[in-house]
Design a protein around this ligand. Sequence first.
Ligand code: SAM
Length: 254
Amino acid sequence: MGGVGADDLYGALAPIYDDWQSSDGMIPFAEVVRAKLEPVLRGAAGPGPLAFLDVGCGTGTLLRGLRAQHPGWRLAGMDASAAMLGVAARKPRAGSIAWARGALAAPLPFARQFDVAGCFYDTLNHLDDDQALQRALSAIAAVVRPGGLLIFDVTNEDGFARWWRGRPAFRGQGWRMTMQMRFDVARQEGTADVEIVLGGGAPERFRLVERLFMRRTVAAALAAAGFVPVLEQRWAPFDGDDSGKTWWVTRRMP
Ligand SMILES: C[S@@+](CC[C@H](N)C(=O)[O-])C[C@H]1O[C@@H](n2cnc3c(N)ncnc32)[C@H](O)[C@@H]1O
């Protein structure tokens, strides 16, 4: 899903996304990311207020958490999904954050540059192919100041093998959801057939597809976009789980 038409994909998930992220005792992924990101952002902050962009910001949980800690920072979020952005923008105190709709792999809708851009929770895995990944990283490079950082996670081969299987089920107040997950090794593609039932309504069904980008592909795309790796780390976001994510901290070449 490369275009703004990606909206439909998260449209059905948006109304329950935050509730789902906290269901069954789960910690929202964006909160796990924030705990890992905070020290890096504090280190990157200069004398002035830090300018941070969350690409694929979803319902804005990461940005709202950062805002609570850093009232002076310039915060912005971009997402392809109008529905996810709508949830983000309706939250209390969301008005101090700049929200924009836009799709990765095209120029990003920001005139100013940021000190740090982040892209988390599989957002890059949603891209269609290696070329789209390359275009996305170049688009992000255009809105990161020279010497600034791009920080992101991608689901790696261990993550697809571990998490993209079975049929997990979730439920919350007034909704239930199942995800039929599989990973096609030959195509290096994960597919989730999602079914959501809100209240007593008819089931809504949609398919999420995410791609495994091999380490060398990510490294080559970063280099072509002008980013130099500072840290590449296999990462288990949740205690006791597999290191199914790779966490990258990269710096834009001056
Ligand atoms: C799994 S959600 C993560 C949301 C948020 N980062 C979080 O941690 O909760 C992935 C997000 O990426 C967005 N997304 C997917 N493909 C995109 C693209 N090509 N351009 C911009 N956003 C995209 C989706 O709309 C969705 O909000």
